[in-house]
Design a protein around this ligand. Structure first.
Ligand code: ADP
Ligand code: MG
Length: 401
């Protein structure tokens, strides 16, 4: 659905929900993202390489003068209202916490905020690893800046959004999702150093190539508990290795050579986890070099290796993700395929030749459904828009004769 139709639809809902004429509504967008390579490296101070997608959260908002914030989720048809003076996490409307957290933290930083009516609408599949949550936080932060007339350095906004998810929603996520949603640009990979937050945008898509996302439709059931376990295993790895490499602070600091030298001192499980992270960081660096050199075959191979490592060493894949990736590997015109996101379900990301995309979609759909009984969702990425205000072009009404 195009943006004009979406904003019209949201405007109609705005009028229904808030009983206002809705002429002074402002619209903001923030995109979701897919991680091309660099999985489970962010919380190890490492490197990641995500890109924004053309799916986004849209907010529509206007000021109100009574110090209340009134939220409505278009997708859920649910509302939630609270006073700026009393912002506490919601138990029954957890979706509102992504927004509340951002509002709470801006206020904590001394920013004066006006009351507002706000609708959130999104077309990012929720809970599939495409970061609808970060897009919600970023869209909220941009909306608050526009409504209240203050400007912050993007990097500070990113950090505040991450804190909202960590502290208000209670999800211990890294900084990648919020970073790419705010700073990413379409058709460019964002190479991010999660320690220094230095980044580079790398154009890499041309008309001969597509990034295709396939959703297994398997919910990431174990994601929370296993994620925390992996984080702990990485920390344990660092404390073992510190005995021999006293200067390291995170797995990011361990070179492949020194890992080879000291890995014999690590318990089996920890060794596997560390090996994934250390090699995955190298794969991101190699990917950046490959993209710069225009060597997309090499990049595809690195994506494949990343999947094998996540499956065998980090053990965060699942049968459905493995099946979907294997079908892709066997399909003509696929340069690379891997699971993306935290794991245990969610999506795969595939680099596919443009003239083979239709065949790829058919193969994945047919073979995945045959084996699992699930109809997958397949989504061919198009150039999207950067996070920011949506300029609404007034619809011209042709005059009758
Ligand atoms: P992901 O970020 O991978 O999509 P999360 O579990 O981190 O998965 O975030 C998904 C949650 O974000 C949803 O369960 C919901 O609470 C919230 N959310 C996303 N989009 C919307 C929306 N349009 N309206 C309300 N809540 C939303
Ligand atoms: Mg999320």
């Amino acid at each position: 659905m195009d943006i004009e139709k979406r904003t019209e639809r949201i405007k109609a809902r705005f009028k229904d929900v808030f009983s206002v004429d809705g002429e002074d509504i402002t619209f903001v967008r923030a995109p979701g993202r897919v991680n091309l390579i660099g999985e489970h490296t962010d919380y190890n101070d490492g490197f990641v390489l995500p890109m924004t997608i053309d799916r986004e959260i849209i907010t529509a908002f206007q000021a109100r003068s009574d110090g209340l914030i009134s939220l409505h989720s278009y997708n859920f048809s649910l509302s939630c209202q609270f006073s700026l003076n009393k912002i506490e996490p919601e138990r029954n409307a957890s979706w509102a916490n992504y927004v509340k957290g951002v509002i709470y933290l801006f206020r904590e930083q001394g920013i004066k905020l006006s009351g507002m009516n706000m609708i959130l609408e999104g077309n990012i599949s929720m809970g599939s690893g495409l970061s609808s949550s970060a897009a919600m936080e970023v869209a909220t932060a941009l909306s608050l800046q526009l409504l209240n007339g203050f400007e912050w350095e993007p990097i500070e906004v990113v950090k505040l959004c991450q804190r909202a998810e960590n502290e208000f929603v209670g999800v211990n996520c890294g900084i990648m999702d919020q970073f790419v949603s705010l700073i990413g640009e379409s058709n460019k990979a964002l190479f991010l150093d999660c320690r220094t937050l230095n980044y580079q945008l790398i154009p890499f898509l041309n008309e001969d190539l597509r990034v295709v996302i396939c959703n297994t439709k398997v919910k990431r059931g174990l994601a929370g508990s296993e994620y925390n376990k992996r984080r702990k295993e990485c920390e344990e790895g660092v404390s073992y290795l510190k005995k021999y490499l006293p200067d390291i602070k995170a797995l990011r600091d361990v070179t492949e050579d020194s890992f080879e030298k000291y890995k014999c001192f690590l318990p089996g499980m920890i060794k596997k986890r560390c090996q994934h992270v250390i090699k995955e960081n190298q794969r991101v660096l190699q990917s950046v070099a490959a993209l710069r050199a225009g060597d997309l075959n090499k990049f595809g191979k690195l994506m494949n290796e990343s999947h094998e490592s996540l499956r065998d060493k980090y053990e965060v894949s699942c049968p459905e993700l493995d099946l979907m990736v294997e079908i892709a590997w066997e399909t003509e015109g696929v340069l690379g395929a891997r699971m993306t996101g935290g794991g245990f379900g969610g999506c795969t990301v595939n680099l596919v030749k443009e003239n083979k995309v239709a065949e790829f979609e058919r193969e994945i759909f047919k073979r995945y459904r045959e084996k699992t009984g699930i109809s997958p969702e397949i989504y061919v990425c198009q150039a999207g828009k950067k996070a920011g205000k949506i300029e609404i072009v007034p619809v011209k009404i042709e005059e009758g004769r």
